[in-house]
Design a protein around this ligand. Structure first.
Ligand code: PMP
Length: 318
């Protein structure tokens, strides 16, 4: 779908997958004016294809659009794009445990204009790719590198938007994590409060059963996190969103107040954190049953193995 000043959203169409032609002066190539989403389609045992809380992705795309001075795509157009892709390419949705069709909606400034201002011409696309199980051989706890030298986002910046620049900023710290034999990197904000991993939110489980997740204006509000926390509330857990300092994390683990730490996001769903490593320390993290049991409940809903009492699923192939 295209958008232009004066023309609004127009030219919705389905076209064969292939290269996009862009003017070398297209604003996105110079100023990074672009946003995206990540969402999955799941094949149920009866063959039907469903997606999970697409309205939430559509609304988040709108919030990202506002921050990046891009036009807001109506949520109904967003959902329609998912349905149309499934109508032509739904057969690519794999079946089987933890298999899905990963859907990647994205929007970028395509106007050829070298001045720095919001582009007058924008394009929205949706592509897809079959995705296998994120973890081969079962869910394993991941090790996390604490990034002290680099920030993912600053106060007032674009941290809460799903925009490429945030991911560009995380590539070097992620490489640093690999160099320290860690799987993922965790970012702190300027007050040394925990933000998130490069592509997942963090949740702490306390001894009294309370789940605490960092809240801050520079964190991407994950839909997996929101759903997992809702399932925990359904089970009677107290859930808190608040600032969590690095000191609270490390002391909580050392004293036994924090009994589980896990990360969550669309790609990996839920993954226990097994180790936190910094320049001068290595903290083993406690792992427990709650993260894996919430993961199982959520994936059961997504794959149609358990009743969807929250009305989170939307059938795409009818
Ligand atoms: N934080 C970041 C930076 C992410 O890229 C993602 C993945 N979209 C998440 C958190 C988790 O969000 P969600 O659960 O909606 O996938």
């Amino acid at each position: 779908i295209c958008w232009s000043v004066g023309g609004g959203w127009h030219r919705p169409r389905v076209q064969p997958y292939g290269p996009i032609s862009l003017d070398p002066a297209a604003a996105v190539l110079h100023y990074g004016q672009e946003i995206f989403e990540g969402i999955k389609a799941y094949r149920h045992a009866d063959g039907s294809i469903h997606t999970f809380r697409p309205d939430q992705n559509g609304l988040r795309l709108q919030r990202s659009a506002r921050r990046l001075a891009l036009p807001e795509l109506p949520v109904s157009y967003f959902v329609q794009s998912l349905r149309e892709l499934i109508a032509v390419d739904g057969a690519w949705t794999p079946s089987g445990a933890d298999q899905s069709l990963y859907l990647r909606p994205f929007m970028f400034a395509k106007e050829a204009f070298l001045g720095v201002r919001p582009a007058h011409k924008v394009a929205y696309y949706l592509i897809a790719s079959p995705a296998g199980a994120y973890f081969r051989g079962g869910v394993k706890p991941v090790s996390i590198w604490l990034s002290e030298d680099y920030a993912r986002a600053g106060r007032g910046g674009t941290g809460a938007a799903k925009t490429g620049g945030n991911y560009a900023a995380s590539l070097l710290p992620q490489a640093e994590a690999f160099a320290h034999e860690c799987d993922q990197v965790v970012f702190l904000d300027q007050d040394r409060n925990v933000e998130e991993l490069g592509g997942m939110n963090v949740v702490f489980v306390y001894k009294d059963g309370t789940l605490v997740t960092p809240e801050s204006p520079s964190i991407l509000e994950g839909i997996t996190r929101d759903s997992i926390l809702q399932l925990a509330r359904d089970r009677g857990h107290t859930v808190e969103g608040r600032a969590v300092s690095l000191a609270e994390w490390r002391e909580g683990v050392a004293s036994g107040d924090i009994v589980e730490v896990f990360a969550c996001g669309t790609a990996a769903v839920v993954t226990p954190i097994g180790m936190l490593k910094g320049a001068d320390f290595v903290d083993e993290q406690p792992t427990g049953e709650l993260a894996l049991s919430l993961r199982e409940e959520l994936t059961d809903i997504q794959y149609g193995r358990r009743e969807d009492t929250h009305g989170w699923l939307m059938r795409l192939d009818d």
